[in-house]
Design a protein around this ligand. Structure first.
Ligand SMILES: C[S@@+](CC[C@H](N)C(=O)[O-])C[C@H]1O[C@@H](n2cnc3c(N)ncnc32)[C@H](O)[C@@H]1O
Length: 364
């Protein structure tokens, strides 16, 4: 098995490189309107945003920033297949401009845009950001009523284009191989994700913004497994450090990504190269976690009814019998560092043995 990954360094408001109706899943996180670190970028897309901010016209600036994002959502609509899913990670913003402190509910603006595009809005996931800022509280301190609640969560908005995706006979095997474990389903398909591990926001590379707004690998990893099958094409129109590309590689999906800032090129290539071991650790962890689950479950409730056709271990349901996880063998990059080809190992090379004391590997 092989997959292909392309990174295009340009503005995703026009994605001419992608055919209409050719992408199966979008996993992305745009720059957040009204969060100061993204002001400069929005002003570079429309100078009137700078005027509005300077004139303390917060709501006008907020609306104009969303107009820029909406251009990307229209392109997303063009390239997504019917039945395809768009998952958008977004946080709201609180900001004081002049004497006016207020919430800018970014998530509601994006929902509104996709409703207008005719999408089905699916249940939203809220995930808790790990925050260790000591001075996170704002406003009048211990004196009522002008203190403000801190935003410690973000949204994953999920939209479907038109009708449910259908699979014909030749696609059914691939869909079954792409299944997730029953116990993963129970955890992932909850509307509240606690403790999604973050990755370092600090980049040690010059010419890049100090903070890059990367989302946790786990977030992209889960969404890709939940809403696509192997060999699908995943698009991230705001790829930043390349998290969606890495999660697509780890899960045997093809990917296309856009990034407006070419300074990210070396960082993305080095993130991909550095994280091959991390990607394979994900596979081992999923298998090991499943073995632990089965051991506990069978001790408590007796032998499970179903066996995996691939690994021979027990599984909860017949839907998991052909679930197959492929480790990465090789990642080959082109000279321009914007195309990567991934080759995967044969499944029978994976050792399915419980390893209790394995060293922790995290995305670096
Ligand atoms: C919130 S960050 C995404 C972080 C990413 N999810 C990660 O894990 O690294 C948004 C990224 O989108 C890029 N960007 C903003 N507007 C863009 C546009 N119109 N086209 C392409 N990239 C854009 C920014 O430079 C930034 O790197």
């Amino acid at each position: 098995m092989k997959t292909k990954h392309k990174i295009i360094f340009k503005n995703s408001q026009k994605m001419d490189e992608i055919d209409s109706s050719s992408v199966n899943l979008i996993v992305t996180s745009p720059p957040y309107p009204m969060i100061e670190m993204w002001d400069e970028l929005f002003v570079s897309l429309n100078y009137r945003i700078g005027d509005s901010l300077n004139e303390y016209q917060a709501v006008e600036a907020y609306n104009l920033m969303h107009e820029e994002l909406n251009k990307v959502w229209c392109e997303v609509d063009r390239v997504l297949v019917n039945g395809g899913i768009a998952c958008i990670n977004i946080g709201d913003a609180t900001r004081k401009i002049g004497n006016n402190f207020q919430l800018h509910a970014n998530h509601s603006k994006i929902i509104h845009c996709f409703e207008k595009l005719g999408y089905q809005v699916l249940p939203t996931i809220i995930w808790r950001k790990q925050s260790n800022k000591p001075n996170k509280f704002m406003g009048s301190g211990m004196l009522p009523p002008n203190a403000y609640v801190t935003l410690e969560h973000e949204y994953i908005l999920i939209f479907r284009k038109k009708e449910n995706r259908q699979f014909n006979d030749s696609q059914r095997n691939n869909r079954q191989e792409s299944a997730y474990f029953w116990e993963e389903r129970n955890f992932w398909f909850s509307d509240l994700w606690e403790n999604v591990k973050g990755i370092s926001q600090k980049l040690g590379i010059q010419n890049l913004r100090n903070r890059n707004g990367a989302y946790p690998f786990e977030l992209a990893h889960r969404l890709i497994n939940m809403y696509s099958v192997k060999n699908d094409t995943i698009l991230d129109p705001f790829v930043g450090t390349g998290t969606t590309t890495i999660a697509s590689m780890a899960n045997c999906r093809n990917s296309i990504a856009y990034e407006i800032d070419e300074n990210f090129k070396d960082l993305i290539a080095s993130n991909i190269a550095k994280n091959k071991e991390f990607m394979n650790k994900i596979i081992r962890d999923r298998l090991n976690n499943h073995l632990s689950f089965v051991e506990k479950r069978e001790k408590e409730k007796g032998k499970l009814k179903h066996k995996s056709n691939i690994y021979g271990f027990s599984v909860m349901t017949s839907q998991e019998k052909n679930l197959t996880l492929n480790k990465i063998d090789k990642i080959v990059k082109n000279n321009n560092l914007d195309e990567f080809k991934v080759e995967y190992e044969d499944v029978n090379k994976i050792e399915v043995k419980k390893q209790k004391t394995e060293k922790q590997v995290t995305l670096v």
